[in-house]
Design a protein around this ligand. Structure first.
Ligand code: SF4
Length: 120
């Protein structure tokens, strides 16, 4: 793999990081440009198994607002985000919903869930 350039999204500093394969390094990667070790972890994960938290809203019936804010309870594989959004857009929940309540369990057969981020 050639050298890749990334922007670390682990904190607002947004360090510009480069990463390339390096078999001489114990991690197997040469990472540069990061201010802290979270940048190293982020860069390696980003090139081997990129994941993201997903935040969105779902339709809700019987509430004073038409949409309920939701999120995944943990990061999911980046290549499943579109599928996740289709699922989120396909459901309608009914009030009352409590903050933290599970709305979709076993997302894609994983232990990830879609949960409500406020009571409504
Ligand atoms: S490398 Fe560290 S300081 Fe830089 S953006 Fe990532 S978390 Fe923040």
């Amino acid at each position: 793999m050639d050298k890749q350039e990334l922007v670390c999204i682990s904190c607002p500093m947004g360090c510009r990081i480069t990463i390339e394969k390096d078999e001489t390094n114990s991690l197997g990667w040469k990472v540069a440009g990061n201010v802290c070790k979270r940048g190293t972890e982020y860069a390696i994960k980003e090139v081997t198994n990129p994941t993201r938290m997903v935040t969105s809203t779902v339709r809700i019936n019987g509430s004073h607002l038409p949409r309920l804010p939701v999120r995944t309870d943990k990061p999911i594989p980046k290549d499943r985000i579109n599928e996740c959004m289709k699922l989120i857009n396909s459901i309608t929940v009914t009030s009352p919903v409590k903050m933290g309540q599970t709305l979709i369990d076993n997302l894609f057969g994983t232990d990830a869930k879609i949960i409500a981020t406020r009571s409504m």
